[in-house]
Write a protein that binds this ligand. Structure first.
Ligand code: AMP
Length: 270
């Protein structure tokens, strides 16, 4: 496994490489990331993983500062997986040029996390655009755990990136909690709370059948969880998974959730 620390390293290493799979991450790797990496290894001749905590996608400085960092452990995991390259760029490497026109979301896309984290997806699209143009992979791997991110990048891709986007299912633990680097920020009791919340939403979505009052039931669930676990929701909403518009139909929909346990913001979709 080659460790690439700069754009020079990157250009040298990738010279003449074809059939390359790319897995962008912010590190603190877990089985969710690993599932993407394994898929790339299976499908592509060579695999590159980037670890870069992108400052421009954090709408809150404290959140950026507190984001978990475990680079030594990450490198051991990647080495064991026998990937070809890991890219650890600096902020300067990624932001070495200024964009002529800034990335903007359409008004109808300013929903869910885009509504609550101003500038977040603009930062995500910007960094994915930059990394993809530098790395020039054939395939790029994203998790459905961040469904809105995947949706927006798919929308951005055809005109701008020219890469095949591969979406990968969400990996959960036995209690239905989606694996996330942010879970590292939870105490043991908070983690148990997050598991109970996930399990309740998971079972709600699994058991519910189509009926006229579906959004009232979602609202009631949100209220129940708020009171039971003393948490604050940004949203719990049923939306169509093809266009992310609010839906009152189970078919082709997902329940999207973002909530806080103390200061830690968790997102998921079921
Ligand atoms: P992150 O390091 O959080 O930016 O995530 C890097 C990639 O891993 C993104 O495409 C995420 O959607 C994906 N990912 C994170 N958690 C999971 C999970 N539990 N299951 C599947 N993919 C995940």
């Amino acid at each position: 496994m080659k460790i690439l620390l700069s754009n020079n390293d990157l250009n040298e290493a990738l010279y003449n490489v074809s059939n390359l799979g790319f897995v962008p991450t912010m590190g603190s790797l877990h089985e969710g990331h690993i599932s993407l990496i394994k898929k790339s290894i299976k499908e592509c001749k060579k695999t590159i993983v980037s670890i870069f905590i992108n400052p421009t996608q954090f709408n809150n400085k404290k959140d950026f500062k507190n984001y978990p960092r475990n680079i030594k452990k990450d490198l051991l995991i990647l080495k064991k997986l026998r990937i070809n390259f890991v890219y650890l760029p600096s902020v300067k490497d990624v932001y070495h040029f200024k964009r002529k026109s800034p990335i903007k979301l359409k008004k109808k896309d300013k929903i869910l996390c885009a509504k609550f984290r101003k500038g977040h997806f603009e930062g995500v699209i910007d960094v994915i655009d930059r990394l993809t143009k530098m790395i020039k992979p054939q395939k790029i791997y994203f998790g459905e755990k961040d469904f809105q991110q995947l949706y927006l990048i798919k929308k951005y891709n055809p005109k701008k990136l020219n890469v095949k986007i591969i979406s990968c299912p969400t990996i959960r633990n036995l209690n239905k909690l989606a694996l996330s680097s942010r879970n590292n920020l939870l105490t043991k009791n908070q983690l148990i709370k997050a598991e109970k919340i996930s399990k309740k939403i998971f079972l709600f979505k699994k058991k519910i059948s189509q009926n006229r009052n579906i959004n009232t039931l979602v609202y009631k669930l949100k209220k129940e969880l708020t009171n039971l676990f003393n948490i604050k929701f940004d949203y719990l909403e049923l939306r169509n998974k093809s266009n992310l518009q609010v839906s009152n139909k189970i078919k082709n929909s997902k329940l999207f959730v973002a909530y806080y346990i103390n200061k830690v913001r968790l997102i998921d979709n079921f």
